[in-house]
Design a protein. Structure first.
Length: 525
């Protein structure tokens, strides 16, 4: 290679983890660490006219607010850039480059928009900015399509500062790297810098980066990375690992100590609240060649075993794989679970008769069930009470167990249980199967959490009173949500607050049909 430079994307790609809400203090600490590390390029965030902010976030409403509220003093030798997604910023509204502002724009675009970027690139460069071309999900291009894009770049965007290979879904393997690198290097004009942006779904970011810098070429190269790999889903190539490697084998003089300090002071705190990094759901998204947002969406429901999450991902239509569509994901999830038609009229009729004139005690798996065990036992023993434990057995001897998880259902033997048609593969004695299609929809959306389904069912069985125990609500600390550590699932603060808000409101609405009270403390009260 002729030269090799590093571009850190922590403040931009890392912002996809926390909705860009770093806060001013964290933003400044990250920027300071990067400047002292010696990386040549720093990406400060996104330009987005609709979702951008003035300060405190790394998603900006325009380029002018960056030097006004964040980039107060530039370090000599550092190139400061921002990214814009095609269609999310009007380049005509972009101001002329100012000495104290950003130096370059990286334009990310999908394949369908590739023929429109030349015009935008000319406008951006005419205003004095360096221009970097970021064809997202480069593997989605056929060889012919990629050659056509490169030819357009050579002829119409010859003054651009760089062209990238972008592994948006973290799916590139060594043979992919070799094929795409050879194709691009042999056809892209020799004077243009070639960059590589990776994601770590297959744990290949580091090895792919090594292959990239070892590739025999005379052109300038550029590698993207982020501190501690902070980035959407499985995250990115780690800046601190890359810099150390380049120091050892390429004679670079980067300084990793500032990065380690900011990891200790800032990034670890963010990581404890907003998880990123390798996880099996992101591996599944890579092998199914779709955005990891689908994998996270299905997995975070915590209702399906991981093999079924993989099966769902394999069912995503090709035209939906590139960008996450929440409505489509919900429809796919519902149809997958509701595909089995089931007549539950006998089960519901039996339960309605059993529940008549009874108080129904629902016992969730919150930690309060241990603290208030005696109070719950006393309620179970009341003659007019029917008790139902929710998705667990063993702690209390209840009249029924409500089961929405296949692995628990397979372990039940003589216990009377209610379960859903999407997981009931066989009939068992004392098993009441109810239709997923009928009971898992609340207020027009799929809400198949056990509490929602049970309250929905009780309301239709004319139950007059329901008492809730162990429905504690959610907090971000993974150890504080369930009495059984095996039931733990990570939730972010945003997810916890949203679940608490929605279920609290749902309980309020269900109170129009029956009296609902809490036997143990709850965030839903």
């Amino acid at each position: 290679m002729n030269s090799l430079k590093v571009l850190d994307v922590t403040l931009r790609d890392g912002g996809c983890v926390n909705n860009f809400d770093f806060g001013q203090d964290y933003m400044e600490k990250i920027l300071c660490a990067l400047e002292h590390s010696g990386v040549e390029h720093i990406e400060l965030g996104y330009l987005d006219q609709k979702k951008g902010s003035v300060q405190g976030r790394t998603q900006y409403c325009n380029e002018k607010v960056i030097p006004q509220h964040f980039l107060k003093k530039k370090k000599a030798g550092v190139t400061y850039v921002a990214m814009m997604d095609y269609g999310k910023f009007d380049v005509d509204a972009l101001g002329v480059r100012e000495p104290g502002g950003i130096d370059g724009i990286r334009l990310a675009f999908h394949k369908k928009d590739r023929k429109k970027i030349a015009e935008l690139g000319h406008i951006i460069m005419s205003k004095g900015y360096q221009f970097f071309i970021q064809p997202m999900i480069t593997l989605r291009y056929s060889d012919q399509e990629l050659l056509e894009l490169i030819e357009m770049v050579n002829t119409e965007l010859a003054d651009a500062s760089g062209f990238y290979i972008v592994d948006s879904f973290g799916e590139m393997r060594p043979n992919d790297m070799n094929r795409v690198l050879n194709l691009v290097d042999h056809n892209l004009m020799p004077s243009m810098t070639l960059g590589f942006h990776s994601h770590n779904n297959l744990q290949m970011s580091y090895s792919n980066a090594i292959s990239f810098v070892q590739f025999p070429t005379n052109r300038n190269l550029m590698l993207d990375c982020s501190i501690m790999g902070m980035g959407k889903g499985a995250g990115n190539l780690n800046t601190e690992l890359l810099l150390e490697h380049l120091n050892l084998y390429y004679g670079k003089g980067y300084t990793t100590a500032p990065l380690l300090s900011v990891i200790d002071q800032v990034i670890n705190q963010l990581h404890s609240e907003f998880y990123w990094g390798y996880a099996v759901e992101y591996y599944l998204s890579a092998i199914n060649q779709c955005t990891p947002s689908y994998a996270g969406h299905f997995f975070n429901k915590h209702m399906l075993p991981i093999d079924q999450v993989g099966e769902l991902l394999s069912m995503i239509r090709e035209d939906k794989k590139i960008s996450f569509d929440r409505d489509y994901a919900e429809s796919l999830y519902y149809n997958y679970n509701a595909s089995r038609e089931y007549d539950d009229s006998d089960s519901v009729a039996h339960l309605r008769e059993w529940f008549k004139e009874k108080t129904i005690l629902l016992i969730g798996p919150g930690k309060s069930v241990e603290k208030d065990r005696d109070k719950i036992l006393a309620k179970i023993n009341e003659s007019d009470t029917i008790s139902i434990s929710v998705n667990y057995t063993g702690l209390f001897s209840t009249d029924l167990v409500f089961v929405t998880r296949a692995e628990l259902l397979s372990r039940l033997d003589s216990v009377s249980a209610i379960t859903m048609s999407n997981i009931a593969s066989e009939s068992k004695k004392n098993l009441y199967v109810i239709s997923y299609k009928k009971w898992a929809v609340a207020e027009g959306t799929t809400k198949d959490s056990a509490g929602v389904i049970l309250l929905h069912l009780l309301s239709k069985c004319s139950v007059k009173e329901a008492v809730l125990a162990g429905f504690d609500g959610f907090v971000p600390n993974i150890n504080d949500n369930y009495f059984d550590r095996a039931m733990r699932h990570p939730v972010t603060e945003t997810q916890a607050n949203e679940r608490n808000r929605w279920f609290k409101e749902y309980i309020r609405k269900m109170s129009d049909f029956m009296r609902i009270s809490f036997l143990t403390d709850s965030l839903y009260q």
